[in-house]
Design a protein around this ligand. Structure first.
Ligand code: ARG
Length: 234
């Protein structure tokens, strides 16, 4: 919308959930990460001032539909269900839903979760695609139980302490969480591959088009790749 920043620039306010390293996380007092750098680069191209609004993941789409924030940038997967409420820009990255288990786990494949009698308790971050897929593929079919956490890191702590059997989450945060904890591993099997994009209000085609223009330039210039490489070490 038309809010003005300190130096007279239009504000581009970004709803996010900074519990998702390396896409967005808190460092000191700042929210940093891939999405922040990409949104900053877009704001620079559009001559706007980026403002980051940190909230729970499941509050991001409501923040956009209510007009509280102009965009949602949160490693957010494009889904048909979400498209009913918001529009998405072109995709700028891909993610994969993976399974984190304890090193000694009997779970070795996604099929060990999505099978009758499997009976695992699966931790997810509330409102994420991991939550949505596990709820419909596993819990709704009676194959196991889904436990929702506000933060991915809390799901991982529950896994470490043996309260749940695995965590389903995007591959890049999964890598960070496994690195930060002992005794965990990521299964060598992928659940779902998805596209990340920026969410914009349905009636804000003008902003969506401008962002797509900026994204195209940033892709062509190699800036998006540079930002991804800065945070994702091979
Ligand atoms: N890609 C998943 C989704 O869109 C998870 C995103 C979680 N992002 C976050 N900032 N917590 O549902």
């Amino acid at each position: 919308d038309s809010k003005s920043g300190g130096d007279g620039k239009q504000v581009l306010s970004m709803a996010t959930n900074a519990e998702f390293p390396p896409y967005e996380y808190v460092e000191g007092e700042d929210v940093v990460g891939i999405d922040v750098d990409i949104a900053q680069a877009i704001a620079d191209k559009l001559g706007m001032e980026l403002k980051v609004d940190n909230m729970n993941f499941d509050s991001i789409i409501p923040a956009i539909t209510s007009g509280k924030d102009a965009i949602g940038a949160a490693g957010m997967t494009v889904t048909d269900e979400r498209k009913k409420n918001v529009d998405f820009t072109d995709s700028y990255a891909t993610g994969v839903q993976v399974v984190i288990v304890r090193e000694d786990s009997k779970i070795t494949d996604v099929k060990d979760l999505t099978t009758k009698g499997a009976d695992n308790t699966i931790g997810v971050q509330l409102g994420t695609t991991g939550d949505i897929y596990c709820t419909s593929d596993i819990q709704d079919k009676g194959f196991g139980k889904v436990q929702q956490f506000n933060k991915g890191a809390d799901a991982v702590q529950a896994l470490v302490s043996g309260k749940i059997d695995c965590v389903v989450i995007d591959n890049q945060p999964a890598k960070e969480f496994v690195k930060a904890n002992k005794g965990l591993k990521i299964l060598d099997t992928e659940y779902v591959t998805e596209d990340y994009a920026i969410a914009v209000a349905k009636d804000n085609t003008e902003l969506k088009d401008k962002i797509n223009g900026a994204l195209n330039e940033l892709k062509a210039e190699g800036t998006i790749q540079k930002i991804l490489d800065k945070y994702i070490k091979a």
